[in-house]
Design a protein around this ligand. Structure first.
Ligand SMILES: [Zn+2]
Length: 579
């Protein structure tokens, strides 16, 4: 050390002999950078400078503050920096450098400034295994020995750098909040001492400890910060459309939905089963936290049983089974299952099943509790975080009460559709026929008939599809009329998905008979409403509004009755064929 320091003095001395160099103008005040090393401000006799966005510091700072040995070779004009197992060789005015004997490229070269050799701080520090950060607000470079951060025994993943400033450890706010499932909540809180270092929001360890309600230990000897918070899942309460999930701490789960049956899956991070909930686990490591006490008949119960077997396969804790989840096989299982469900649930049942049927839970991963709320129908939901868990407000779509048929009158409102040769509008023909179809189908008590519109209003194509999909419709029929050249004539019917072909062909056969127009056949087209609906769906173009003969008929109420009757008969027949 002594020898290398002497070498550095020699360097300084030799530069001072060069005329002009020692007289270089002092740095401007606004260029002044501050340097914080291991939590302490460093006053260098030559302050750090920024060159092309990179901070350069005097060799002396590297030697004295970073605890490295620096030797200078006058002939090659290069510095050799040794700290622990790392050796760096940097040459004045050259970007080519060597780290442990291997070539590396600097983005800024060491240079002479005010008679001192300056080294690129970030490169040197990071090469020596140190943490480096830049705080723009205070123009401070922060360098400290790396600190590891662990949360309940596991390493904190992204953006987990800790900076030491004036003896205080600043920890990453978002990465920490996220790991405890508190990101949204923390974003609503005031954090008093946040700083932004290398674009990451950090806050003092003590403030984050209090804010998150966690234990935090800074083991200075081992350069380690340990966060611990033991959150337990203790149970659930169900009150109609509100589910309260009880935990011993504030925690927000990641959530998503699955179908077959409809369910909301919530994963609570850094959470464990209370001993009571642990005792409720069965041999597949799942527990039932809630079971609706509905007067189900035996068929229903059998269906529920099947569903549970299916879920277990999909949601078995992977860390216990060691088997990765296979989404493909779940899809197949769900498809097979929904057929079972459809076959075993009576059609026109007056007894509404409770919305929440079952709530299951498991220790899905070592630090993740999974709670699955099983529903009798599709439902949107809101999560709101409470001191003692999460409340889930369910927003179910209107209930399906029978064989559900969605009748869609095309266009509407500002969207007129095609124009008829008599100045008539397609949207009015579509609505007239659709309303008649709805009326005809409503006479069957096993049918639940829903119109996407029953008045002259505008709906997007997506809205039309959502009505059908969200309610779990069994059939979808869209009514339209065609337009092209004055001589174009005929009836055509469209479908897109394979499950729609039989329905489309049946509808078309009745429609062609009713119109007496030329048969333009059944065709496959990716129209939005028939492509994106999940149930058998068809779109009919009864005839051409641009043809004088066909338009005259399409405008006649008696003809519209005939068309509506044909469509209703086709739907009734399709229903009876598929029972
Ligand atoms: Zn149309």
């Amino acid at each position: 050390m002594r020898k290398s320091y002497a070498a550095w003095m020699l360097l300084l001395f030799s530069f001072c002999l060069l005329p002009g160099l020692a007289m270089a103008a002092p740095a401007q005040a606004q260029d002044q950078l501050k340097l914080m090393v291991e939590g302490k401000s460093v006053d260098a006799d030559v302050p750090p400078v920024i060159d092309q966005g990179r901070t350069l510091v005097p060799v002396r700072v590297v030697a004295e503050q970073l605890g490295a040995t620096v030797t200078w070779d006058d002939v090659s004009r290069s510095a050799t920096i040794v700290r622990g197992q790392t050796t760096l060789e940097l040459t004045l005015d050259r970007k080519a450098a060597r780290k442990n004997g291997k070539d590396v490229q600097l983005d800024t070269a060491p240079k002479v400034h005010n008679g001192r050799m300056l080294l690129p701080l970030r490169f040197v520090s990071e090469s020596l295994g140190l943490t480096v950060g830049w705080e723009e607000a205070t123009r401070t470079v922060i360098v400290n020995s790396p600190l590891t951060v662990s949360v309940n025994g596991s390493g904190l993943a992204a953006a987990s750098t800790v900076y030491v400033i004036d003896g205080t450890a600043f920890v990453p706010v978002d990465a920490l909040a996220n790991s405890f499932g508190l990101k949204d909540w923390v974003n609503k809180q005031t954090i008093h001492q946040t700083r932004t270092i290398d674009s990451v929001r950090v806050a003092p360890l003590d403030e984050m400890r209090d804010l998150l309600g966690v234990d935090a230990q800074w083991d200075q000897k081992n350069s380690r910060i340990t966060f611990t918070r033991d959150t337990n899942f203790t149970g659930v309460e169900v009150d109609g459309e509100k589910v309260s999930i009880k935990t011993t701490n504030r925690v927000t789960p990641a959530s998503f939905t699955l179908e077959g049956p409809h369910r909301i899956v919530m994963d609570f991070p850094q959470t464990h089963l209370s001993s009571k909930m642990q005792n409720g686990l069965d041999s597949s490591y799942q527990g039932i936290a809630y079971q609706a006490s509905a007067a189900n008949d035996s068929d229903d119960r059998e269906t529920t049983q099947n569903n549970r077997v299916n879920d277990q396969a999909a949601e078995m804790p992977s860390w216990l089974s060691g088997i990765e989840e296979n989404n493909d096989s779940e899809d197949v299982a769900v498809d097979a299952l929904s057929q079972v469900t459809a076959a075993s649930v009576p059609v026109a049942s007056d007894a509404k099943p409770p919305l929440v049927t079952t709530i299951r839970y498991s220790q899905y991963q070592p630090d993740v509790v999974r709670v699955v709320v099983e529903l009798s129908q599709k439902s949107n939901y809101d999560l709101s975080q409470q001191e003692d868990g999460v409340s889930v407000t369910l927003k179910p779509a209107p209930r399906k009460t029978g064989y559900l048929i969605v009748i869609d009158a095309g266009h509407g409102g500002h969207d007129n559709g095609a124009s008829g040769v008599a100045g008539n509008k397609e949207k009015d023909y579509n609505l007239a026929v659709a309303n008649k179809v709805v009326k005809l189908l409503s006479q069957y008590k096993e049918f639940q008939v829903v119109a996407t519109r029953s008045t002259d209003v505008y709906l997007t194509l997506q809205q039309r599809v959502e009505i059908a999909n969200n309610m779990g419709a069994d059939l979808f029929l869209s009514v339209h009329a065609n337009s092209f050249t004055p001589t174009s004539r005929g009836t055509e019917t469209f479908y897109y998905n394979a499950n729609s072909e039989a329905f489309a062909r049946l509808v078309h056969s009745y429609l062609v008979k009713a119109t007496g127009f030329p048969d333009r056949t059944v065709q496959i087209q990716p129209f939005y409403v028939i492509k994106n609906t999940k149930m058998p769906a068809t779109l009919t173009e009864t005839g051409f509004l641009t043809n004088e003969i066909e338009n005259k008929q399409l405008m006649s109420p008696a003809f519209q009755d005939k068309i509506a009757q044909a469509l209703a008969t086709a739907i009734r027949e399709y229903y009876l064929q598929n029972q």
